[in-house]
Design a protein around this ligand. Sequence first.
Ligand SMILES: NC(=O)c1ccc[n+]([C@@H]2O[C@H](COP(=O)([O-])OP(=O)(O)OC[C@H]3O[C@@H](n4cnc5c(N)ncnc54)[C@H](O)[C@@H]3O)[C@@H](O)[C@H]2O)c1
Length: 329
Amino acid sequence: MKEIKSDNYSIWHGENFLSKLDFSGYSKVAILVDENTKRDCLPKLPKIENSIIIEVTSGEINKNISSCNYIWEQLSEHNFDRDSLLINLGGGVIGDMGGFAASTYKRGIDFIQVPTTLLAMVDASVGGKLGVDLNGLKNQIGVFNNPESVLILPEFLETLPENQLKSGFGEVIKHALISDKNLWQEIISIPFNEMNWEKIIETSINIKNKIVLSDPYEKGERKKLNFGHTFGHAVETYYLEKGTPILHGEAVLMGILLELELSLVTQEQNNEIKNYILSNFSLPFTPKKSDLLPFLMNDKKNKVGKVNYSLLTNIGSCSVDNLFSTDEL
Ligand SMILES: NC(=O)c1ccc[n+]([C@@H]2O[C@H](COP(=O)([O-])OP(=O)(O)OC[C@H]3O[C@@H](n4cnc5c(N)ncnc54)[C@H](O)[C@@H]3O)[C@@H](O)[C@H]2O)c1
């Protein structure tokens, strides 16, 4: 079992260490699941004495205050006190919502994140962002708060549908492109279905963790993590408004392809990145830039009426606060 230290908590990863965990210090333990993680992941957890299961329905559409209400009611009906613990067993939806529910129940109880998707392992596990959506607007209600710990077990990925695995891989690719040329070389030299997930996850978490620790309030360095996300969010919202939502990682990969055109990488590097993404992922149709402009103009990172991008200067390095007016795009 290996430890990555982040802020005031640790991210543990590697072999199946869950049976070694001791919850005896807690009055009660609840495990938050959705129907998929209940079926596929819960059986891999050890039996925990005095624990209850709280099940919510999967999907971003259920990452809302009504689901939180249900979680709070379940905790309250089962007399959970301030010395109790919530374990969030699931993807980013369960982690964000369960973490928020725990942080606000009785002014805050402890919670442990057990991410079961690649996206939640390499991205949501670091940075303390918790919350729910409001009327379709993402993460409108939330807090920054850290878990007691994050426990990462790559074997959870065995049951994850391939489209979800590839969606999470979009963030791994982003991490490599913005700060680790070696990781990029490794990614492109190994067939997708032969990836060493344990190593990829560790390297990827270390990249995000280092960036977040160096700039917790997103004044500079942390903005690098937005590479691919300005166009990516616009693409994601475009598909959401059409009523045919796509996965976050798919939108990020499309965002990376669009933002490459503004980046300073050489034509050769540009081709290498494009070829890798296009030959390994079947992405939805890329909307016309003119259809994305309304969403770009509403991006919360915009400055002085210009759209703000984090862009590659090379493979493995990235610059922030690149401002473009919409007619320059
Ligand atoms: N807090 C952060 O810093 C942060 C960062 C990135 C994303 N997020 C949030 O994460 C959410 C997306 O997370 P996600 O991509 O993990 O999606 P998700 O949580 O919706 O999970 C995807 C699907 O996979 C299923 N699933 C999860 N683990 C499984 C497993 N091991 N086996 C089988 N099925 C499994 C889930 O039930 C769900 O149907 C978004 O709400 C996003 O805002 C948060």
